[in-house]
Design a protein around this ligand. Structure first.
Ligand code: GTP
Ligand code: MG
Length: 136
């Protein structure tokens, strides 16, 4: 069965949305294989976001991700990589569809694109790489 890395980002944890987000994941039928609260350091984040190095939002993104604890989840299920990204909605919560995590819970102001509550791996290769990073 397929596995993906899901992160509840610092905004999701700080806004007490962990339970709400987990409820949506569980309602979909995905299996929580492993879950932990982590304070990620710069080393971990720079590896996690290596593909975005050099982009204008890279430095603020790392700063934001370092700003508080994150919930890291090893999630399993049929086509869970694509399925979770569909559950999460598009990157920018201001345009994410209603019914999605970002569309329903994301805030329509400020740094909405950056503070978009969750992360989900985007391919099988990425999922393997990211799961190895966050869960030995
Ligand atoms: P993830 O599941 O978090 O990887 O989201 P994604 O795959 O929808 O987006 P992507 O991998 O392209 O970007 C990673 C993260 O960088 C996003 O989730 C945002 O938090 C942030 N980000 C992406 N694009 C922008 C942008 O244009 N501006 C800002 N400020 N942040 C961005
Ligand atoms: Mg991504």
């Amino acid at each position: 069965v397929e596995e993906t890395l899901v992160l509840i980002k610092p905004d999701g944890v700080a806004r007490n949305l962990t339970g709400e987000i987990l409820a949506r994941i569980e309602a979909k039928g995905y299996q929580l294989v492993d879950l932990k609260l982590v304070q990620p350091d710069r080393e971990l984040l720079s590896q996690h976001y290596a593909e975005h190095e050099g982009k204008p939002f890279y430095a603020p993104l790392l700063e934001f991700m370092e700003s508080g604890p994150v919930v890291a989840i090893r999630l399993a299920g049929n086509r869970v990589i694509e399925g979770f990204r569909s559950l999460a909605g598009t990157t920018d919560p201001t345009t994410a569809a209603p019914g999605t995590i970002r569309g329903d819970l994301g805030r329509d102001w400020g740094l909405a694109v950056q503070q978009n509550l969750v992360h989900g791996s985007d391919s099988v290769e990425t999922a393997q790489r990211e799961l190895a990073l966050w869960f030995d």
